[in-house]
Design a protein around this ligand. Structure first.
Ligand code: ZN
Length: 287
């Protein structure tokens, strides 16, 4: 956090230095673009295949074949979901929220992609519909579906409160992945990673830069829809923070289930689409 009373006096040209215009770190003009027209046409043909209900303060896993879609639905009340994604064939290839943030910004919506980590660095999924895309950024600088938070976890909670709480999203995701894969919990925990905060409304305070959350604008009937670019294993936690309007890492908030729906497009609807290849860097690192 920036000190309220800096110890270092301002240089005489401080105003000029601050006035330098920013440059976007990663201009995405050369980023391979999803064929949204193809996805839009395909999503008009979707038929439901299966669904998974995530109970409050728990997580569940789900599988999505490459070329299928999945939706995360708000069903009974405002509820935030913490999403992990893995390449179903290789769980070491998993969602990289930091690079996704660097490429697409702090909050995701339709057309943005969820990228995997190195060395693959390729899309795991593409967002194809977002019923909260009207929200934009509010007067506090808040928006929905962030890749700036991590996931609520028992370690930070113990650090801050001294308490033991076992239904943070990190623990929920660990239990769900362990149950799904048969991996011992300690191994599964190593595969749990920073999330897409589905439906969560977050930002940074302008004066201190602190990460904030506020009551999610999501309502029953809202959903976020993804296209699976690869065979995916997903895990979704219904955060113990509920709508994250007050606190998380406790049983204090009202919590609701979330529903994950897997959908299949009609045969031929994805003609011309191919799963993304691994990244083209040769991996030699100059050696
Ligand atoms: Zn959480």
């Amino acid at each position: 956090m920036k000190p309220a009373q800096p110890e270092t006096p301002e240089p005489t040209d401080a105003a000029a230095r601050r006035a330098v215009a920013p440059v976007v770190c990663y201009p995405v003009q050369t980023l391979p673009r999803p064929d949204m027209a193809l996805y839009r046409a395909a999503r008009e043909t979707l038929a439901p295949v299966s669904e998974v209900t995530v109970p409050p303060r728990e997580a569940r896993c789900f599988h999505v074949p490459a070329g299928h879609f999945f939706r995360i639905h708000c069903v009974e009340g405002p509820q935030v979901g913490d999403l992990n994604l893995w390449n179903a064939q290789d769980l070491n290839e998993r969602f990289y929220s930091g690079k996704t943030r660097a490429l697409h910004g702090t909050h995701l919506s339709t057309g943005d992609r969820l990228w995997s980590g190195f060395p693959a660095l390729r899309p795991l999924a593409t967002i194809t519909h977002d019923t909260l895309d009207w929200y934009g950024f509010d007067a506090f600088g808040g928006s929905v579906h962030d890749v700036i938070g991590t996931r609520c976890d028992p370690y930070t909670n113990t650090l801050l409160s001294g308490e033991q709480y076992h239904h943070c999203c990190h623990s929920n995701l660990t239990r769900a992945l362990s149950a799904e894969t048969g991996l011992p919990p300690a191994r599964a925990e190593r595969l749990v990673h920073d999330v897409l905060n589905v439906f969560m409304c977050t930002g940074f305070l302008r004066d201190t830069g602190q990460y904030f959350m506020k009551q999610s604008p999501v309502r029953p009937g809202d959903f976020l829809e993804f296209f699976a670019e690869q065979d995916l294993l997903g895990a979704l936690s219904a955060c113990p923070g509920g709508d994250c309007g007050a606190e998380h890492s406790s049983d204090a908030a009202a919590c609701f289930p979330l529903r994950v729906e897997i959908l299949c497009p009609a045969p031929g609807a994805l003609a011309g689409w191919n799963p993304p290849e691994p990244n083209g860097y040769d991996g030699s690192h100059g050696l």
